[in-house]
Ligand binder design. Structure first.
Ligand SMILES: NC(=O)c1ccc[n+]([C@@H]2O[C@H](COP(=O)([O-])OP(=O)(O)OC[C@H]3O[C@@H](n4cnc5c(N)ncnc54)[C@H](O)[C@@H]3O)[C@@H](O)[C@H]2O)c1
Ligand SMILES: [Zn+2]
Ligand SMILES: [Zn+2]
Length: 361
């Protein structure tokens, strides 16, 4: 029997989001229904509402979530009702060309639920990142549910489902930050500050946080940045170089994703250093660089999709570190809001007042 729950949808480009009844089908083969306990408000939800991702309105928003499995469909072996899970948008297929080459964190054919959640009139909803968790319950592929220790707070755990994992992974997985490395992080929102935390966890010696907003820099300092740079006040590249013996950082992470921040990242890194782009640019953005500098500075220019994470490997490990007090996920939860508070949470995000607002049920 399908059930009707409350969910937050974006009906049309730019229109305010609405809380409406959503029809959630019973899980089919390989699917699960999850009772959502908490779901963070991510910049990507706002991108969906603004038509920046695609035109498949109406969207069921929300994708940074944790909850409890309510029911599973046929053929689901390793998930049971009652399991505490973080939802992921990388349910690896095991058979695409990336998976076959032993690089499942690039999986090009990740699983989502086959059935559709709908409005009461039957209109099919497009769930954000194949999840749609600003809803009391949601239907996903079983592989999108990653079991973690239920001692974790759902509001904190859910953040590993997107932005915080992207930032941690940009440092640890993509940037391969190691003991004693110098790191600079440009843009210290939820994602960039997670990169600061990831760099510290990986043993970086110098961690330079760069932002245009002093409130974000204060948080970065609290989370482990050794230096902060307001790039409105001073030249970011010169400052990062001077803080690293005149050379530049071993790894520079661009968590904004604009041509000007990428250029800063490119020139603020040491010879043979690494640039990691984790901020998401928009289609009209262009970058021009002297090709000789690309060659002459060497190293690696990498992009980080979802922090190159493997949910099954990374989520339980990071939750264990959280429960041991070594990874402060709670610091990313700026406020909790009810389901009808998403629109105001978008506004606070745009004004830079929060790292993450989290909808709790
Ligand atoms: N790669 C992925 O898989 C992935 C996953 C989630 C989010 N993201 C992307 O990461 C980016 C950051 O997300 P967020 O949730 O942290 O956003 P956010 O809005 O919370 O943070 C952005 C930060 O960048 C700062 N900033 C803006 N312009 C700047 C500039 N020119 N120089 C320095 N700092 C600047 C802002 O002050 C803010 O602190 C977004 O583009 C988001 O879409 C990527
Ligand atoms: Zn695959
Ligand atoms: Zn997200």
């Amino acid at each position: 029997m399908a059930q009707v729950v409350r969910g937050v949808i974006a009906r049309a480009k730019g229109a305010p989001v609405e809380v409406v009844p959503v029809v959630v089908p019973d899980p089919g083969p390989g699917e699960a229904v999850v009772r959502v306990q908490a779901c963070g408000v991510c910049h990507t939800d706002l991108h969906y509402r603004e038509g920046g991702i695609n035109d498949e309105f109406p969207f069921l928003l929300g994708h940074e979530a944790a909850g409890v499995v309510e029911s599973v469909g046929a053929g689901v072996a390793d998930l049971s009702p009652g399991d505490f899970v973080i939802l992921n948008w990388r349910a690896v297929c095991g058979s695409c060309r990336a998976c076959k080459r032993g690089r499942p964190w690039y999986c090009f054919a990740t699983h989502n639920a086959e059935q559709k959640m709908t409005l009461e009139d039957g209109t099919e909803l497009s769930p954000a990142l194949g999840i749609g968790a600003f809803a009391e319950k949601t239907l996903v592929a079983a592989g999108q549910c990653t079991k973690v220790d239920p001692a974790a707070s759902p509001a904190a755990a859910g953040l590993l489902g997107c932005g915080v994992m992207a930032g941690l992974g940009a440092a640890i997985n993509t940037g391969q930050v190691g003991r004693g490395d110098s790191v600079a992080v440009i843009g210290c929102g939820g994602v960039g500050n997670a990169a600061v935390v990831g760099s510290r966890l990986a043993g970086a010696g110098t961690i330079i946080a760069v932002d245009v907003d002093d409130r974000k820099l204060a948080t970065a300092q609290r989370l482990g940045a050794t230096h902060t740079v307001n790039s409105r006040a001073v030249d970011a590249v010169e400052t990062i170089r001077s803080l690293t013996g005149g050379h530049g950082a071993d790894v520079v992470i661009d968590a904004v994703g604009r041509p000007e921040t990428y250029r800063q990242a490119f020139y603020a890194r040491d010879l043979a250093g690494t640039v990691v782009l984790v901020g998401v640019p928009t289609p009209e953005m262009r970058l021009e660089l002297p090709l000789l500098d690309v060659f002459g500075r060497g190293g690696a220019l990498k992009s980080s999709w979802y922090g190159d994470c493997l949910p099954e490997r990374d989520f339980p490990m990071l939750i264990d570190l959280y429960l041991q007090g070594r990874l402060d996920l709670d610091a990313f939860v700026s406020e909790t809001v009810p389901l009808d508070g998403v629109e105001e949470a978008f506004a606070r995000m745009q004004r830079g007042e929060v790292l993450r607002s989290v909808v709790v049920f």
